[in-house]
Design a protein around this ligand. Structure first.
Ligand SMILES: C[S@@+](CC[C@H](N)C(=O)[O-])C[C@H]1O[C@@H](n2cnc3c(N)ncnc32)[C@H](O)[C@@H]1O
Length: 286
């Protein structure tokens, strides 16, 4: 992240702007802090990673899941690739391909004036969706990709991927989906894959995603939900094991902001739903 990128960040406590103070390395933030002009909070930047979240707010399942993600970051992606065909009877590529179509990156168009085009992945993990974003963005279109995650271990794997695969224009922030460190209407696409059932307050996280998305843009959320037509005991048991952290893994359609439009709920596979929606343009105030 460069000092220029700080312009998009907002204080996760009060949403005021942030100012960078510290050491840069090769034009990138390295060690220092981001000071809030509004509430005076100072958010650390360590080893190039802004940490824009309040530790005391991270409770319950978020804290528990973070221990798991931080403990096994190298295993996450290989396990997904291995287990998806075994458990879901479908390939990871096909499942990921489906929600990427809902995200409609191919429909992004250059903006002659105004801020750059921006895509946000909430809970970016080790960055398994980055190659798909690169594939789907129209050739030659300049798009900033922002990824937030609460697990420093997963973000470390993601950084590795950035270097190994040479993805450009990706900004990573350690932040909590319940208090996204961005101003309203900052992103042209927003998506979250595989985490929301483990969030301590999914309704708040959905409201945050809706807040930072530009009105009219697709928002896509994917996570576990057992296909209601599934009768096989082994699949029902496997689903219970997979969703050990909650008794109620399902599509949180009822938690969407009440003003959400174009809501589409799909059963993506035996164990996954895909929820797509948009936020309407704000009404003019007279
Ligand atoms: C199942 S992984 C999915 C990673 C990636 N989206 C993918 O498709 O491979 C879920 C990710 O969500 C992150 N996560 C969980 N709770 C979070 C929260 N409250 N805020 C931000 N990220 C969170 C985890 O650290 C983890 O990296």
């Amino acid at each position: 992240m460069t000092p220029e990128d700080v312009g998009l960040l907002a204080c996760p406590s009060c949403r005021d702007s942030l100012a960078w103070e510290g050491r840069t390395r090769g034009m990138r933030l390295d060690e220092g802090r981001l000071g809030c002009a509004g509430c005076g909070a100072a958010w650390p930047v360590a080893a190039g990673l802004p940490r824009l979240f309040s530790e005391r707010e991270v409770r319950g399942t978020d804290r528990f899941m973070r221990v798991i993600y931080d403990g096994l970051p190298a295993l996450h992606d290989p396990l997904v690739t291995l287990l998806t065909p075994l458990l879901q009877g479908d390939t990871e590529a096909r499942l990921r391909g489906h929600y990427m179509r809902r995200l409609a990156l191919g429909a992004l168009e250059p903006r002659p004036v105004g801020p750059p085009l921006r895509v946000l992945e909430v809970g970016i993990g080790a960055g398994a969706n980055l190659p798909l974003i690169a594939r789907d963005v129209p050739p030659g279109l300049d798009v900033e990709v922002w990824g937030v995650d609460l697990s420093v271990g997963m973000l470390g794997r993601c950084r590795r991927r950035l270097h190994q695969e040479g993805h450009r224009g990706v900004r990573l922030v350690m932040a909590d989906a319940h208090a996204l460190p961005f101003p309203d209407h900052s992103f042209d696409r927003v998506f979250e894959i595989g985490g929301i059932n483990g969030y301590r307050a999914p309704e708040r996280a959905l409201a945050e995603m809706a807040r930072v998305a530009r009105p009219g843009t697709p928002l896509v959320v994917v996570d576990e939900q057992l296909d209601g037509r599934e009768r096989a005991l082994r699949h029902r048991l496997a689903f219970r094991l997979l969703t050990f952290y909650t008794r109620d893994a399902h599509c949180p359609r009822e938690l969407l902001p009440p003003t959400a439009v174009d809501v589409l709920e799909e059963q993506l596979s035996r164990y996954y739903f895909c929820l797509t929606f948009r936020m309407p343009p704000a009404r003019a105030v007279h």
